[in-house]
Design a protein around this ligand. Structure first.
Ligand code: M6R
Length: 598
């Protein structure tokens, strides 16, 4: 949700910032902007649209700049436009800022500033920051920056330039990520590590309520009371290859093809003899009565998949959207743990939900794909997924990695509760079979089905039990990137209302991987066909029926793990449909990868 970049050093600030913005673009792509020092002035260029539009607008300008800040926006307050794009200059052009987050008290602050005669140029919450800094009476810039902590409420990562302090950048952070990168050619600020790969050798994740002050020589870090802090950097371990698109046209395609590897690397991590399982609280897990899984979007759907797996292991799992968990009445349950799932580890709702669970002393396990993320720092216990950087907005390989980690966690808990020697190796062998099947899978019929879907207005995904969880994830994927209206529902629920929407123009994609439910599902297929819909069946079973228009045959593996396989062709289906519709699957309309605001 918005990407921030800053650079000061020997290299061209314009090039470093534009390259950084391109890497951060997945965080938001409504507009982009850059502000650099040029002959002592703050020179600002900003543009509605993607980073390429900004690059074009910059043209030959800012050639000699060595210090600046940039931003790529996902609009919250004020529509996507040139004037609402960041950076913002204060009224007299003496301060420039970029901001990621939401200033919750901006209306009050703006009103006060307007009463003092300050004129605003945008409709955003962020502009107040620049105006406040200009109006501040504090004697030094550092103190002006510190004062923001007491004035702003909400979440913010902010980078700031002050006219007169050429080649210096200030930054502060509260509830939004910000990272400092160090190289022999200068210092960087960035919303994530990806934008620093190949540019820096070391980085440091800013902690809550910190102030950073960088110039081309050094970096200084202070706490909110301006006490200087020691800095320890972490070596950069990502390579350009990890984050490059390679031979693929889109990141989403690359990431779908990486699903088998994501499962393999994650299950290796889940060996009970190694971290992180040894760190889990055995005493609590062995008497566990209730697991609450919390996440958003795809992460929530991974929880839903695991819920069924857990039930087969006699474990009761409740799945709650993080945005709901935050505000529902809290009821304490004995022997409960919470499991938070987040690919990015930066989703605001999930982080806030975690804080609530912690405030009630519930042990919190986090399953996340980004080791450097905010949620990692807050968690009591962390189980990493090893999907590698996921850049496309639509989550694919991270989903498979999340369910892999959840299966391993559930097996581990089951063994502890039943005093069985935990042999994750059994799960590992079964998952290796999944990996092998996925590696050899050829996506039969997917191109043909995508051709049909691209001209379809309404699609339903249905399934029973765990197949319903898969249908939810498949439906989310399709609607998210192809803009086709899609719904998922329990197969048995269709006739309780939604059947009214089924006619010749509808495509119903039925997922059926559970032997005991197959005949029941066939009954529903006949009912759907009788209403004229096109029926597509995703299954590993041999079936012939006039009621089915197309079968997406999937490989067979242990029935409990079929969810790892059944989603795979449907991820590809969403991708192919979006491409056929001429849409950019990596940057779907109105969305952003990392939802760091509420
Ligand atoms: O980074 P997170 O896993 O916390 O993100 C949660 C959702 O925002 C995310 O899964 C979203 O639903 C994806 N775009 C779905 O493809």
């Amino acid at each position: 949700m918005c990407g921030i970049i800053g650079y000061v050093g020997n290299r061209s600030a314009k090039l470093e910032i534009l390259e950084g913005l391109k890497m951060l673009e997945y965080r938001g792509y409504d507009s982009a902007g850059i502000c650099c020092f040029e002959k002592g002035e703050l020179k600002l260029i900003k543009k509605k649209g993607k980073v390429d539009a900004l690059k074009y607008a910059c043209n030959e300008q800012l050639k000699d700049a060595h210090c600046g800040i940039g931003h790529t926006r996902w609009a919250t307050h004020g529509n996507p436009s040139d004037k609402n794009a960041h950076p913002f200059l204060s009224e007299n052009n003496s301060v420039a800022i970029v901001h990621n987050g939401i200033i919750e008290n901006f209306e009050m602050l703006k009103g006060n500033l307007q009463k003092q005669g300050v004129r605003f140029r945008s409709e955003t919450d962020s502009e107040v920051i620049a105006q406040l800094l200009q109006k501040s009476k504090c004697e030094s810039e550092l103190k002006k920056v510190q004062e923001l902590f007491s004035k702003l409420s909400g979440s913010f990562a902010i980078a700031i330039l002050f006219k007169g302090l050429e080649n210096q950048i200030f930054a502060i952070k509260k509830n939004s990520p910000l990272i400092v990168g160090k190289s022999k050619d200068g210092f960087y600020l960035s919303s994530d590590v990806n934008a620093l790969v190949d540019k820096t050798t070391e980085y440091r994740i800013m902690e809550e309520n910190e102030i950073v002050w960088i110039d081309n020589q050094d970096c200084y870090v202070f706490d909110a009371n301006l006490q200087a802090k020691e800095i320890t950097y972490t070596p950069m371990n990502l390579t350009k290859e990890d984050i490059s698109i390679g031979a693929f046209e889109h990141y989403m395609h690359k990431e779908i093809m990486q699903v088998p590897t994501a499962i393999k690397l994650t299950i290796n991590e889940c060996e009970p003899m190694v971290n992180p399982y040894t760190k889990l609280p055995k005493e609590i897990l062995k008497d566990l009565k209730h697991i609450t899984i919390i996440g958003c979007g795809t992460a929530f759907n991974a929880g839903m998949t695991a819920q069924h797996y857990a039930r087969e292991r006699d474990l009761i799992v409740d799945c709650v959207y993080a945005s709901e968990y935050r505000y529902r009445k809290f009821l304490s349950q004995d022997n409960e743990i919470c499991v938070f799932i987040s690919q990015s580890g930066e989703t605001a709702d999930t982080i806030e939900a975690l804080k609530i669970a912690k405030s009630h002393n519930i042990p919190c396990i986090v399953i996340t794909n980004v080791a450097t993320s905010t949620i990692n720092k807050l968690a009591d216990y962390v189980i990493p997924t090893k999907a590698g950087p996921e850049i496309a907005v639509a989550s694919t390989k991270a989903y498979n990695a999340q369910i892999t980690a959840l299966f391993a966690l559930i097996d581990y808990i089951y063994c502890l509760k039943n005093k069985i020697n935990c042999r994750t190796c059994i799960l590992k062998d079964k998952l290796y079979d999944v990996v092998k099947k996925l590696e050899n899978y050829s996506f039969n019929n997917i191109d043909e089905l995508a051709e049909i879907l691209k001209d379809t207005e309404r699609v339903f995904f249905i399934g029973r039990g765990v197949d319903y969880a898969t249908s939810q994830e498949a439906s989310l994927k399709l609607k998210e990137i192809s803009n086709i209206h899609s719904e998922s529902l329990y197969t048995g629920e269709l006739k309780h209302g939604t059947l009214a929407l089924i006619d010749h123009s509808t495509v119903v994609i039925v997922i059926s991987t559970q032997k005991n439910l197959f005949d029941k599902t066939m009954n529903s297929i006949y009912e759907i066909k009788a209403r004229g819909a096109k029926v597509v069946l995703v299954t590993q079973f041999e079936v012939e029926s006039d009621a089915i228009d197309m079968i997406i045959k999937i490989p067979c593996t242990d029935q409990m793990l079929m969810a790892e396989i059944s989603i795979y062709p449907l991820q590809m289906l969403a991708y192919k449909t979006a491409v056929l519709k001429g849409l950019d699957p990596d940057k779907p309309r109105n969305l952003a990868k990392s939802v760091t605001v509420e």
